[in-house]
Design a protein around this ligand. Structure first.
Ligand code: NAD
Ligand code: ZN
Ligand code: ZN
Length: 344
């Protein structure tokens, strides 16, 4: 079968032929119907061998949906032919965090060498993929696979981030979304669906700002060194009750800290290497800062429920498996509108 692999540190991803895997006991084989292309893959492909922490080659793709094609021994909770979405942040299933469904925060994943598909384990950018447990499968219940696949990360990650701040997003409040790409354009829709906050989007590209307005941002502004002042002016000096930074680079993290309201939330989702100095008189009074990771199993179910109710519509560009390297190039160059999805 064809697979999109990252084979050598620093090299571009390649489409190669690999054997179709067979499911071991407890595992599920999926015929992949769609796989999403995330900016985190580009970050991973910029890391050194030591930073990677897992061997190459790696089949990419940590956003996957597919149809159950074969069951390993003992699997009884899904059936061949089921259409499912893959919950990606695999954990051990047994520790205190996993027991709550928060496998993204598994206490034993490092020790047990458990990696998410596409980020250490073979991922979804292939004709078939192995899922380690049916626990990591959420039924699609008729949702369109192509529009749904980004929800497993570009939906789940912003949902998890936003859910934490909902009590602060009261009527009259403002939420800021920095970076309106794959994750950010879903975040805007989630904020509009779940809160009555005014949504202000920041991006460096006019095309992305148009997309932000189209998906519901009340204001869309160019991101620059004056962004925090602009947000303060728009909010009568108050600042934003919650800021979600989907870039996480030094300048955006600085903006995020500077445009938060007193008692506001600053949530750094992007892994762009920025750090925020927090201290008395440095950040607004009683601001809380967090850097979340993906989301829980139950939250993926909630995101798919939102998709069922029609309040999120992911903008997608589709590519055949042979075009995956081109999709990564376009993502790197900031040219993807919404999310790129590979159809293996
Ligand atoms: P993307 O490339 O689709 O979107 C990034 C957007 O940021 C683009 O629209 C780009 O124009 C914009 N941008 C770049 N520089 C900017 C600046 N200075 N100011 C404002 N906007 C700017 O990327 P994505 O796939 O949506 O991922 C976003 C980030 O989130 C990446 O860093 C990714 O690695 C990270 N991520 C983190 C998690 C997590 O669990 N924490 C999960 C998924 C993705
Ligand atoms: Zn991702
Ligand atoms: Zn665990």
């Amino acid at each position: 079968m064809k697979a999109v692999q990252y084979r050598e540190v620093g090299a571009a991803p390649e489409v190669v032929e690999v054997p179709v895997p067979a499911p071991g006991p407890g595992e599920v084989l999926l015929k992949v119907t769609a796989a999403g292309v995330c900016h985190s893959d580009i970050a991973v492909m910029s890391w050194s061998k030591e930073q990677l922490g897992f061997p190459l080659p790696l089949t990419l793709g940590h956003e996957g949906v597919g149809t159950v094609a074969a069951l390993g021994d003992g699997v009884a909770t899904v059936e061949i032919g089921d259409d499912v979405a893959v919950y990606g942040p695999w954990g051990c299933g047994n520790c205190a965090k996993c027991a709550e469904g928060k496998e993204n925060l598994c206490l034993r994943a490092d020790e047990l060498g458990i990696f998410p598909p596409g980020l250490g384990a073979p991922g979804a950018m292939a004709e078939y993929m192995i899922v380690d447990s049916p626990r990591h499968l959420t039924p699609l219940r008729g949702l369109d696979p192509v529009k749904t696949v980004p929800l497993t990360d570009a939906g789940l990650t912003p949902y998890h981030a936003i859910k934490r701040s909902l009590p602060k997003l009261t009527p009259g409040s403002t939420a800021v979304v920095i970076g309106t790409g794959g994750l950010g354009h879903v975040a805007i829709q989630l904020l509009r669906a779940l809160s009555s906050a005014r949504v202000v989007a920041l991006d460096v590209s006019e095309d992305k700002l148009d997309l932000a307005r189209e998906v519901g941002a009340h204001e869309a502004l160019l991101s620059d060194k004056d962004s925090a002042d602009k947000v303060r002016r728009l909010t009568g000096g108050l600042g934003a009750a919650a800021v979600f930074d989907f870039v996480g680079a030094p300048p955006t993290v600085k903006t995020a800290g500077a445009c938060a309201a007193a008692e506001g939330d600053v949530t750094i989702v992007g892994i762009g290497g920025g750090t925020l100095a927090v201290g008395f008189g440095v950040t607004p009074y009683e601001t809380s800062v967090t850097a979340p990771y993906w989301g829980s199993r139950s939250e993926l179910g909630e995101v798919l429920d939102l998709a069922h109710s029609g309040v999120v519509d992911v903008q997608v560009e589709t590519y055949g498996i042979d075009e995956a390297p081109k999709a990564y190039e376009r993502l790197h160059d900031g040219k993807i509108r919404g999310r790129a999805v590979i159809l293996p």
